[in-house]
Structure formats: C-alpha cells, structure tokens
Design a protein around this ligand. Structure first.
Ligand code: ATP
Length: 243
C-alpha cells in the first residue's frame, strides 16, 4: 500500500469547448515532504493545484486522501479535510486584523464556533509556529508582504492543514524574506505536513524541495528526487526532447 498522504490518480480536466488543461495526470505526495510542481506556462500546474484544493472538479480521475477516495466539491470541503491552498495573491483581507484573517476562510462547523479566548490562543500558537514578530491584533495592511505570507501560512495551520499548497510564494519576496519562509516550511515538514510547492526557479526548488513532478502539456512526465536529478534532465522533462 502506498504511504502517500495524497494521491492524484489519472486526473483530467477539460475546459469547454475543447481545452485539455490536464490529461491523465498522476502523482503521489508524502507526509513530511516538499513536493514541487514544475512546468512551462500553460502546462497545467494551476489547474492541478486548484483540483487538489477543491476549487475545480476533475473531468476524470480521482484524488485519494490518506487511502480514501475523496470528492472535493469546494475549497471549504478541502480545508475541512486538511488541504489548504495559499494563492499567490494571498487571499487576505487587508483591512481586517491578522486574527480575523486567520479564521476567515474556515469551514463552517470545524472552528467556526470556537469562542474568542480559544481563537486568540489558536491564533497566537499559529503565529508562534511561523516565527511571526507581530501580534494577532495588527491590521494585515500594515504588514510587509513577507509577514502577510507568514499570516497566510499561519491561517493554514489554524485549519490543521496536513497539506499546504503554495503557488509561487517567492514571486513577491526578496531573498531574506524567502529564507525565513523556507525556515517555516522546513519546520512544518519536520512535523509531518506535506507542502506542494510551485515555482519556476530551479535553484529555489533545489534549496527547499525533496521531489519534483514535471508537467508538460497537461501530462505528468515524471516524479524525480531533486537531489538525484540534474538541471539538464529537468529542463528536458519540461520542454521535451528536440527532434
Ligand atoms: P502558468 O505557469 O502560466 O500559470 P500553468 O502551468 O499553471 O501555467 P494552467 O493555468 O493550469 O497552466 O493552464 C493549463 C491550460 O488550461 C492552458 O491552456 C490554459 O489556457 C487553460 N485554462 C486554465 N484555466 C482555464 C479556464 N478557467 N478556462 C479555460 N481554459 C483554462
């Protein structure tokens, strides 16, 4: 039996009338790994992320979460099952406080009813885990992009996420900020969280990733141990062999 926390099995997605964004894509994500997705523009990365996060439903194929097939009807259902997506635009409400943002997208019924004291406790714990040097009371609009990124990760933690999907987190961070986000990621995977990480930058994937799945033209070309794979082999997988 596989020890994947999440398996994507032969997932296809067609947008009407005839755009095939994904074609029988398959991969397995293990608990405690940073699993990267790599592919050229239009290869299907975002579509795959959104299917894993419950934002899109696959046309064919299925997701298996901890050994059980799941049908994710929407992102709230995904987050209730422990799958949390951090979009590039971060999806935070700038005028609200950090604490308010931490509990915003929560699936109703899971933490929606917890009292103020417990919310504060959970918020403080989550902020501590991401090494935040700001309090739950500050408004998000006063934070740097890097601290907003930490807030988004903390929000995933308040949802007890087992799988955190990060779509190009480095896009708006400088090198120092990215290093501190990497430290947080390393701590999370040490505690068994799986990270699905998208970036175009090979150097970055080498620094943070354990394995990488390459997508090309909507298909999964293969999954590779990053340490054992050369940049050249990855580039060939991304663009295909010239004929
Ligand atoms: P990028 O790196 O540019 O974000 P990507 O690998 O994430 O690319 P996707 O955004 O998943 O690729 O797109 C895969 C294909 O599906 C593309 O041809 C894209 O135009 C198409 N596509 C994506 N979303 C939709 C949509 N909502 N409606 C129609 N076509 C779509």
């Amino acid at each position: 039996m596989s020890n994947d926390v999440l398996t994507v099995q032969n997932v296809s997605k067609t947008f009407l009338p005839t755009i095939i964004a994904l074609e029988s894509a398959s991969l397995g994500v293990k608990a405690g790994e940073v699993h990267c997705l790599l592919g050229a523009n239009g290869a299907g990365k975002s579509t795959l992320l959104k299917i894993i996060a419950g934002a899109f439903r696959p046309t064919e194929g299925r997701l298996v979460l901890e050994g059980r097939p799941v049908e994710l009807r929407n992102p709230a259902e995904a987050s209730r099952l422990g799958i949390s997506m951090i979009y590039q635009e971060l999806d935070l409400v700038p005028q609200l406080t950090v604490e308010q943002n931490l509990f915003l997208g929560h699936a109703p019924g899971k933490f929606g009813l917890i009292n103020r004291k417990d919310r504060r406790k959970r918020a403080s714990e989550a902020l501590k885990r991401v090494g935040a040097n700001f309090t739950p009371d500050v408004r998000v609009e006063t934070l740097s992009v890097a601290n907003q990124q930490l807030t988004a990760i903390a929000r995933s933690l308040t949802m007890d996420a087992k799988i955190i999907i990060m779509d190009e987190p480095s896009a708006s961070l400088n090198e120092t900020e990215l290093k501190s986000v990497f430290e947080v990621i390393r701590d999370l995977v040490k505690h068994g969280v799986a990270i699905v990480y998208v970036s175009h930058r090979l150097g970055e994937l080498r620094e943070i990733g354990d394995r990488v799945t390459v997508l090309r033209g909507g298909r999964t070309i293969g999954t590779y141990e990053i340490a054992d794979t050369s940049d050249e082999a990855l580039v060939t997988a991304i663009i295909g062999k010239e004929r």
